[in-house]
Design a protein around this ligand. Structure first.
Ligand SMILES: [Zn+2]
Length: 231
């Protein structure tokens, strides 16, 4: 496997980057379609298979203006190696996640409304729904506050999600990060996180919540991850 910026000369890596540039435009559109982002907030990245590179949204560009060419290719230190725009201000954190979580192929960040309301209150979302046990394997955890711009957010995501079944983390006073084997999986986690955040918020507004028992959560998560869907 070719790694680092030199990998750009590898035709297979070039083809993979070309595919990811298109895929990321489509996935960013789905953040808008699912009501997860406002104005230019939020971003998605994908790891480039076979290279120590990632592709990410450019900084401060509106969702309607995103094109395959506008996506930025960076190395796993967060430095731009291809593309003409400045990458997302969260790039160093995305890169930190890829460096420390080798199975992660996609990362999504949003300030989606209900999930971010939980982050604003500094509360994890308790596991009170079968859909949460299925998708997150328990509560959606709360990570610490971290400053924007460096890799501290990435460190907070890795520290909170390592050893946790949840692909989503709420960052205190900020928003949501999700991870997945692919960027699409991370988008799915972001959509599901906002969906359950809204439902559990509504339930909490009417009184005490009843968490699922750990054995119920384990059984639901096992079924969902091994039996659900088409063979
Ligand atoms: Zn943010």
């Amino acid at each position: 496997m070719t790694v680092g910026p030199g990998a750009l000369a590898d035709p297979a890596v070039g083809a993979a980057i070309g595919e990811l540039r298109h895929k990321l435009v489509e996935l960013h559109r789905s953040l808008v379609d699912n009501g997860l982002v406002a104005w230019t907030s939020g971003n998605i990245s994908a790891r480039v298979p076979g290279a120590d590179l990632l592709v990410i949204k450019p900084s401060g560009v509106g969702y309607d203006d995103l094109t395959p060419e506008s996506m930025v290719v960076c190395d796993l230190a967060g430095a731009r190696v291809d593309g003409y725009l400045t990458p997302s201000s969260d790039t160093a954190s995305h890169a930190y996640i890829y460096r420390h979580m080798p199975d992660v192929g996609g990362v999504v960040h949003t300030h989606s409304r209900y999930a971010t309301a939980w982050a604003a209150r500094g509360e994890p979302i308790p596991c009170v729904l079968t859909a949460m046990a299925d998708e997150f394997g328990g509560e959606i955890p709360l990570g610490p506050f971290a400053p924007i711009g460096g890799d501290e957010i990435g460190r907070a995501v890795v520290d909170t999600l390592t050893g946790h079944r949840s692909p989503a983390v709420l960052l205190r006073s900020h928003g949501v990060f999700t991870i997945g084997r692919t960027a699409r999986d991370a988008v799915k986690a972001a959509v599901m996180c906002e969906d359950v955040a809204a439902t559990v918020h509504l339930a909490a507004s009417r009184g005490e919540l009843t968490p699922l028992a750990q054995d119920q959560i384990d059984a639901l998560h096992h079924r969902y991850t091994t039996e659900y869907g088409q063979p």
